[in-house]
Design a protein around this ligand. Structure first.
Ligand SMILES: [Zn+2]
Length: 618
């Protein structure tokens, strides 16, 4: 069977398993959270099970299917090879290459081959477990079981794997997540036991507490790469392991690795982000959220809320952040300056994964639609335009916002972003809708179907849309019998006054307030239909306060990138007078004094040079 045929069959099988049958698939009782785990806070919104939300055909469904297919066919011996090698076991199969290999030619800042052997194994396992939960694909579940069994054989209580290992916490954190997900989403019977052995193996190689990078640099180290570890991201997964297993030792470990030096100032609204590694410190905010949920200390919610707001305050128009993977000092013009010196503007895949995770936590706890607005901004303007992951580990990594930018794959194979990609794409569904006691939140506008029980009545809601290329979304309800509940629809903060929501063809009388969820409480019946039309005005956003004349043109949620030749001179009025080029394309045309400029969304950019920010005269 050729790879092409096998891929076609795979996609057909994946499509066949979607739908209502999956919503009924239940997780065995033993794979549910341990009843003895104490959790202080239950958020007002909860996530649906992965099988309850099915993305329908769209670029995002295709991204998910591609990643699922790629990891389902990845060589298992190759995935396990670095673990077997470091334990002195027979290690058949090919090397994966790139960061993943176990070899000795890594040279800090020069050669990243064998940088962190086996680092993303846990993320590949997690991505497969979530993909199984979405699709119910048996071959995927069987692969997860084989990988957990194979990995378990390499776990040695003496922790040989982690001897002289550059980033033990970094790799363990991902392995921990993978094993939790294998247990929770793929019902792997051994994963929790393996997680405990794995925890014992890594502990002797971890410091006594979370260490910042400066603290690591202040301690003796073999070379600079030994100071890159990320112990401060550990609590989220340790708290999750506690909730899964009920074992309070995980809770104690979570508390031990909370980075107080980061969260305490953030809780007091003190911006300690500048200079920090961007993705790992956004990811650490999810540890603050787990600390808040499990321990109930509001300080951690304040830390996460303030920290995320500070990230947004130094974001690009796409929602991306962290030029050269670092936070800048706000108010210094550093973001504008970054357009001139770096092509590594936003670590897109890991950044989106961390961004979706923290915004989902904050949305669940606060019910504030700004977090949904933030999700859609990064969805359409960054990850939606990422180049696909290739079977040899070639991956997209940085979005480039340089004044002369190009869309390219990353230099090294199997880097961090190859690990977060299958996790991120499996999570699209659970970010699209959320559940409240009184109904459902429609958070993202993606072609999708969600199935749930409302007051014991089975309900299915199907969303059809070409958003954001088109400004409308249609929703159809299927109910076994009429039922009263509330549908909350996110009205983005940018939505113009001509936005309309109608039910069964009649506009609702409630005012649509941009930046809020609109609550529609009624008795919903089988066949009811809801239509949303969002007025998408064109607007300009400056990169930061210090640079009011460096602007991006934005249409609804979509940032528009200048493509090809850039004109010498362009004005605000000219940009705001942009017109859609043709009904069949997402291009826009701006007439300047000399010529016309084409602008297009990130997802439509191919290999042409492009520019996100234009300089206008004051
Ligand atoms: Zn990455």
């Amino acid at each position: 069977m050729t790879r092409k045929t096998s891929r076609r069959r795979f996609l057909a099988a994946a499509a066949a398993t979607t739908g209502a049958a999956l919503a009924a698939r239940s997780i065995p009782a033993w794979a549910r959270p341990a009843p003895q785990a104490q959790v202080a806070v239950t958020p007002q919104l909860s996530v649906f099970g992965y099988s309850q939300v099915q993305l329908l055909d769209s670029p995002f469904r295709r991204q998910f299917d591609q990643n699922h297919d790629l990891f389902l066919h990845l060589d298992e011996d190759a995935m396990l090879k670095p673990f077997r090698q470091r334990e002195g076991m027979a290690a058949p199969g090919p090397d994966m290459g790139g960061w993943y290999d176990n070899a000795d030619d890594f040279t800090p800042m020069e050669n990243f081959h064998a940088f962190i052997p086996g680092h993303s194994f846990g993320q590949y396992l997690s991505g497969l477990a979530r993909a199984y939960a979405v699709t119910g694909s048996k071959p995927t579940q069987e692969k997860i079981h084989r990988l957990v069994t194979g990995y378990a054989k390499t776990v040695d209580p003496a922790g040989k794997f982690y001897e002289d290992y550059r980033l033990p916490a970094y790799t363990f954190d991902k392995t921990c997540c993978g094993l939790i997900d294998a247990h929770q989403f793929a019902a792997d019977p051994d994963a929790l036991q393996v997680l405990w052995s794995s925890t014992q193996a890594v502990l002797p190689h971890l410091p006594e507490k979370a260490l910042s990078r400066p603290e690591q640099r202040a301690r003796p180290h073999k070379d600079i790469a030994y100071t890159f570890d990320e112990t401060y991201t550990l609590p989220e997964n340790f708290f999750l392991a506690y909730q899964r297993s009920g074992d309070s030792r995980y809770r104690d470990l979570a508390v031990r690795f909370i980075e107080k030096e980061y969260f305490d100032p953030l809780a007091n609204n003190q911006n300690v982000l500048p200079g920090e590694h961007a993705y790992s410190h956004v990811n650490a905010l999810s540890s603050a959220m787990q600390a808040y949920l499990v321990l109930g200390d509001e300080k951690y919610l304040r830390a996460a809320t303030n920290g995320f707001r500070m990230v947004e305050e130094q974001s690009y128009a796409t929602g991306g952040w962290g030029p050269d993977e670092a936070f800048v000092v706000p108010g210094t013009g550093a973001l504008d300056a970054s357009l001139g010196f770096t092509h590594s503007s936003f670590e897109t895949i890991c950044g989106c994964y961390g961004h979706f995770k923290i915004t989902r936590y904050l949305l669940r706890v606060t019910g504030d639609s700004r977090y949904g607005d933030s999700m859609e901004r990064v969805l359409y303007n960054t990850i939606g335009g990422a180049l696909p992951l290739l079977a040899d580990g070639t991956t997209f990594y940085y979005s480039d916002y340089n004044n002369s930018a190009k869309k390219v794959h990353y230099r090294d194979k199997w880097p961090c972003c190859s690990g977060t990609f299958p996790q991120l794409t499996a999570d699209y569904g659970i970010s699209t809708y959320l559940q409240s006691k009184d109904g459902i939140y429609v958070n993202l506008f993606l072609p999708s179907r969600v199935s749930w029980q409302q007051n014991s009545t089975p309900v299915t809601l199907t969303q059809t849309t070409e958003y954001p290329a088109r400004n409308t979304s249609q929703f159809e309800f299927k109910l076994a019998k009429a039922e009263t509940f509330t549908v909350y629809v996110r009205i983005p903060a940018w939505a113009g006054p001509k936005s309309v929501l109608s039910v069964n063809g009649r506009a609702v009388e409630k005012e649509l307030t941009p930046g809020k969820f609109l609550a529609l409480q009624r008795t919903w019946k089988d066949g009811d239909r809801m239509d949303l039309e969002l007025h998408m005005p064109l607007r300009l956003e400056s990169i930061e306060e210090q640079s009011p004349n460096t602007v991006a043109l934005i249409y609804g949620p979509t940032a528009l990138f200048g493509a090809g030749e850039m004109p010498e001179r362009i004005t605000r009025q000219q940009l705001l007078a942009a017109t859609a080029a043709a009904p069949s394309s997402e291009d826009w045309t701006v007439k300047t004094d000399a010529a016309s400029l084409t602008l297009r969304p990130f997802s439509s950019i191919m290999s042409e040079p492009y520019r996100l920010y234009q300089r206008v005269e004051s």
